[in-house]
Design a binder for this molecule. Sequence first.
Ligand SMILES: *Cc1c(COP(=O)(O)O)cnc(C)c1O
Length: 364
Amino acid sequence: MKIMPNRMDRSFFQYQEELEKKAIEVLRSGWYILGEEVSKFEEEFAAYTGGKYCVGLASGLDALWIAFRLLGIGKGDEVIVQGNTYIASVMGITMNGATPVFVEPDEYYGIDAQRIEEKITDKTKAILVVHLYGIPCQMDRIVALCKKYRLRLVEDCAQSHGACFDGKMTGTFGDVGCFSFYPSKNLGAFGDAGAVVVQDEVLAKEFKIYRNYGSEKRYHNKVVGANSRLDELQAGLLRVRLQYLDKMNEEKVQIADRYTKGLKNPKIQLPKVRKDATCVWHQYVIRCEERERLIQFLEEKGIGTIIHYPIPPHLSEAYEYLGHKAGFLPITESLADIVLSIPMYNGMTEEEQDYIIEAINKFE
Ligand SMILES: *Cc1c(COP(=O)(O)O)cnc(C)c1O
C-alpha cells in the first residue's frame, strides 16, 4: 500500500459537488475582490468561533504581522513565543522589528506556561501562543499572566480551527486570533488565505483598512497599509467548508483515537492533550529516539511521514542575527530531533490507518 503524508484531494472529493457549484457561482458573478462572499464568511467565521469580529486576509503570516503592527508592537519591544513553532509565528514578530523571546514547550507541545514569567522584562509587550498541531495551550494561566503584567495576547490558530480550552474556542482568548486557511489546515482554502478574529470593533476596522492599502474609502488612504485581501473565490469555498468543519474535525478525532488505541510500541511516544482542552488534530505527532530509522522503515512499507519541524526558528539561518546557539533551548531542540507526523487527513480509510498502525507496531 502507498500512503502519502497528506491527501488534500480526498477532502475535496468529500464535498466536490457543493464546492464546484460555489466556484462557478463566484466565477460567473463578475465580482472577485472584497464582496459578499468575504463579508458573509467573516460573519460566519466570527460566529463559529464565538468571537465578535472576523476580518479576512490573504494569509496566516499576514494575520500575524499585521496584528503586531496594529497593536503598535515594533522596534525595541519583546514578544514571548514558544521555541517549537513554524517559523511564520516568529516572522510575524520580527517583520515589525520586534524581538522574539523564546520559551520552551510543555509536554503537550504548547508554550510552557510555568516558564513564561521568568522571561518577562520591561520591554515585554505581548505573548504569542501557538496551538501547535491543534492542541490548545494552557490558556487559563496565560490569560492570567497577560492581565497581571498588562501584556497583549495574540494567538496563532493556524493549526487549531475549532479547538477549545475549557469550552472556549482558540482565537477568542486575547486581542487577536490569527488564522491561516492554507490548503492543508483544518479549515483549508484552495490557495492562500487567512483571517483574524478580534473582540474590539475599532481594531476590526483597522484591519479592514490596513488590508486594503490603508484605505476605507477608495483613493483616500489613511495609513501605509498592505494588499492583504481575502478573495471572493476563496471566501466562497471557505464558506462551503466551514459548514462541515466540526464534522471534519470529528473525523480527525476518530483517526487520532484509532491511532492512540492501536499504537503499541515501546520505542514510540504518543501525543497527549491537556485536561480541559479539545484537540482538532491538525497533525498526529509521535516521538521516536531512532527517528531516521523509523522514517526509512515506514518509507519501505510505502508510508510517507513529515517532520514538523526539523529546525527550530532560533537555529534557522534566517535568525542567525538573533545570536542564539545550539543548546539555548534544549527541550525545543530535542523535540526537533525526535518528532514525526504520521498521515492524518480527512477521507483517510480505516484500512490505511490499520496498515500504518501495524507497520509502526512492527518497528523494532
Ligand atoms: C501555516 C502556519 C502559519 C502561516 O500561515 P500561512 O497562511 O501559510 O501564511 C503560521 N503559523 C503556523 C503555526 C502555521 O502552521
